[in-house]
Design a protein around this ligand. Structure first.
Ligand code: UN1
Length: 492
């Protein structure tokens, strides 16, 4: 790959592939082989963003007036094309983001599921009718698109997160400016190709690649942009939300997590172990729903830790493109530095480094950003590794005397995205469901994922604005208009 010609990819604005007005491009590398170039991408700035917003305003005129079932027909075509290109897309995800190919394939399936679900909404998108208090009057609600909407997505799901924002936004009739993470623009370029081939009218979906700051600010500041859907860090999401609020824009921001699993003494240990190992180390822990804390009831704690270390030690680390590997590289040097820094902090804070913690770039895995899967035990809630999102293959283990103490530990963080409890006791499971402070709660299953027809999102620092996916996505990407019609024809 290093020796072949590197392709330069362009922005997609108003139905055309165009260069950035900055005249600059930037390289993207494969995190498993940092000398391999994925491609060159446009370094876009505020002017490119404003061009894309203007193109979206034009696209909106056609798209908002296209019946939703006709919009759905284009979505179904895009879904077919995505199915045809599924394996190529999975490889693209692994090569630019690093995740294991099995995770990348699952990501493509997920993107397809959301497109299928959104296309179905084209024939629903319900309003409601209700009696009016006045005679000869009909009252009902209907939906309209917001207008031009900004879509800002992270690098860890380069295809699925864009799809789960873009598909419902398009079905609702919006025109979009899409800014993918600067580290993973290749999947985004391919998603645009798919919608282009499906026949989406020019201007309806526009792509602007490059660093976040300028493009994001231009979207926030433009009076023509009516809404923004963002997934990324709590720091940037908070800023984006408050700046947008000043301008009365509708925003949904999906942000960090510090997801806990509670293991009670009656749990099926095998089942718990499978969910926890997958939750902590799958996708190299680079998932906002990743399991980063396990809180184990005292009586089974030691047995659990022994088994966990055994399972963790059997994980194979290497290039995600090889299906034999369970854990792949981190997505960038920055991510690797951050994860290693947290491992150092954990040790300084007095947690017990029970397994892993090594920088594997110092050993056999020189070519990529590899860090060993890591387990800390003896962790307490006052530690930074117990509070801050690490976003890597690092699991922290706590001991609790009972369910109540375990829930207190689970709730002792600023985040509230996902959580889980392993128990066979229905009373305890319900106590947990009713008191844990997370937007998504699992019983006897990992903290990961979610189904596309159910709402996705978190409480507190994990999210703000409407939930994503399911009918919640339709609520976010549309305005409800209330209509009153007096059909009496003359004064009563
Ligand atoms: C998942 O758990 O499969 O950025 C999805 C993230 C989340 C999506 C997680 N917004 O990791």
């Amino acid at each position: 790959m290093a020796t072949t010609q590197v392709e330069t990819h362009r922005n997609y604005i108003g139905g055309k592939w165009v260069e950035s007005v900055t005249g600059r491009t930037y390289p993207v590398h494969n995190p498993a082989h940092t000398d391999q170039l994925v491609g060159e991408f446009q370094t876009s700035g505020a002017d490119d963003t404003l061009h894309a917003v203007a193109a979206a305003k034009d696209g909106l005129k056609i798209w908002a007036n296209t019946p939703a079932p006709a919009r759905a027909n284009i979505m179904y075509k895009a879904l077919d094309i995505m199915g045809r290109r599924a394996e190529e897309l999975a490889e693209t995800i692994t090569v630019e983001e690093g995740k294991p190919i099995s995770d990348a394939r699952a990501e493509v399936k997920r993107a397809m599921a959301i497109m299928e679900y959104a296309a179905g909404e084209g024939r629903r998108m319900f309003g409601y009718t209700t009696p009016s208090e006045l005679p000869d009057t009909v009252a009902y609600t209907t939906r309209r698109p917001l207008g031009v909407v900004g879509i800002i997505t992270p690098w860890n799901f380069p295809l699925a997160i864009p799809a789960w924002k873009i598909a419902p936004a398009l079905i609702c009739g919006n025109a979009l400016v899409f800014k993918p993470a600067s580290a993973t623009p290749h999947s985004a370029v391919k998603l645009l190709e798919i919608f282009e081939e499906a026949g989406l009218p020019a201007g309806v979906l526009n792509l602007v690649t490059g660093p976040g700051g300028q493009v994001g600010n231009a979207l926030v500041e433009s009076p023509d942009v009516k809404g923004i859907s963002f997934t990324g860090s709590t720091e940037i999401g908070t800023d984006l939300y408050s700046e947008s609020a000043k301008r009365l824009k509708k925003v949904q921001a999906e942000m960090g997590g510090k997801n806990a699993v509670i293991v009670l003494s009656d749990a099926d240990m095998d089942k718990a172990m499978n969910g926890i190992v997958q939750g902590a180390f799958g996708s190299t822990g680079q998932r906002c729903t990743a399991t980063s804390r396990v809180i184990v009831e005292e009586s089974v704690h030691d047995q659990f830790v022994t088994e966990l270390i055994d399972r963790t030690s059997k994980l194979t680390v290497g290039d995600g493109i090889d299906p034999a590997n369970d854990v792949a590289p981190l997505s960038s040097q920055n991510q690797k530095d951050k994860v290693l820094e947290f491992i150092g902090i954990g040790a300084e804070e007095g947690a017990n480094l029970a397994f892993g913690g090594r920088d594997l770039m110092d050993g056999d895995l020189k070519e990529g950003y590899y860090v060993e899967p890591t387990v800390f035990t003896g962790v307490t809630s006052d530690m930074r590794i117990a509070q801050e999102e690490i976003f890597g293959p690092v699991l922290t283990v706590f001991k609790a005397k009972d369910l109540k103490e375990a829930i207190d530990i689970a709730n002792s963080v600023e985040f509230g995205l996902s959580s889980s409890v392993y128990t066979k006791d229905i009373t305890k499971a319900y106590e947990y469901i009713n008191t844990v402070e997370t937007g998504m709660v699992h019983v006897n299953a990992s903290t990961l994922g979610g189904e596309v027809h159910l709402p996705f999102g978190g409480l507190n620092s994990s999210g703000v604005g409407q939930r994503e996916q399911g009918t919640a996505a339709v609520d976010f990407f549309s305005e409800v208009i209330t209509v009153y019609i007096d059909h009496a024809g003359e004064a009563n």
